[in-house]
Design a protein around this ligand. Sequence first.
Ligand code: NAD
Ligand code: LMR
Length: 329
Amino acid sequence: MVSVAILGAAGGIGQPLSLLMKLNAHVTKLNLYDIVNVPGVAADISHVATNSEVKSFLGASKLAEAVTGIDLAIIPAGVPRKPGMTRDDLFKINAGIVKGLIEAIAENSPRAFICIISNPVNSTVPIAAEVLKKRGIYDPKRLFGVTTLDVVRASRFVRDIRPDVDAATLRVPVVGGHSGNTIVPLLSLASTPLDLSETEVAELTKRIQFGGDEVVKAKDGAGSATLSMAYAGARFADSLIRAIKGETIVEPTFIALAADTEGAEQYRQLGAGALEFFAVPVELGPQGVARIVPLNGDVSSGEREAIAVAAEALATNISTGVEFVSPPT
Ligand code: NAD
Ligand code: LMR
């Protein structure tokens, strides 16, 4: 029995993500919440012949009910980028949206696992943590910023220049955060040795870091990645659900490098330093984060430099999120 709520379910990501979660055999209850259009989306998806029950929750008055009794909340609510915007430009609108949704989850399902897709992830995850801390119910092992799309892009973009590689099974660890140069693919530690030239590493790294911009540009004002994100979000949610049910699964995700989390120290020394949040490969288990998985070798000097650049930008993104909820006195 796994009850899932998708908040922002009628959006560009929300609709295909809701469909993919309807296809997930572990899910027994699917609560779809949005402030517009969700009754149609829920009615449509509810006809798919799997056993889960789909319910629609429209508007703020239904939010509490939508997040009551849930095991997992997935949050793609909020505005997407248009050409010329950075993810940080979304903060003004999305910060308040995410804060309100987390407050409702905290009130009604305080032990739910929370997966945040809404951008800027580098700041919305700290917002969520801060809201939960204020309520005294923060468990850093149950809060995740979804960075799976960066990992998915890394596998696929490698395949574009190495057609012998299987994009579906190649794993490139991607650490840091989820925006531009805070995204740090560690190509030297890919699950299959890639033997890339310096130029190939530089070009691939840039493409992975700015993959989101390719889609924003191609959509030309109609939004950002939705279908690949729904795939990535469903993959992360499925991994988390299977881990809750006892499987051991590793997924990179933006989490708190909490003091008691095994494995955090290696990433601190690598450049995460005192940052409260960082994307790392995480072994998921029944309680969420089981441990942070050590890297399987030494990072290159270029990767170390990229981590330093990411850490500087992340420090600002994280404090922007924290201060939105807890302004400095
Ligand atoms: P969209 O505009 O198509 O959909 C957003 C949905 O959120 C809409 O249906 C809207 O009604 C809903 N919404 C707005 N305020 C809400 C509220 N208070 N409560 C519930 N729902 C609300 O946008 P999209 O393309 O689906 O993107 C959503 C977010 O995901 C954006 O912030 C985007 O930047 C982000 N995103 C993140 C990643 C990632 O890798 N983490 C990838 C792609 C997009
Ligand atoms: C992405 O990486 O595709 C998302 O973060 C959306 C965006 O704004 O690029």
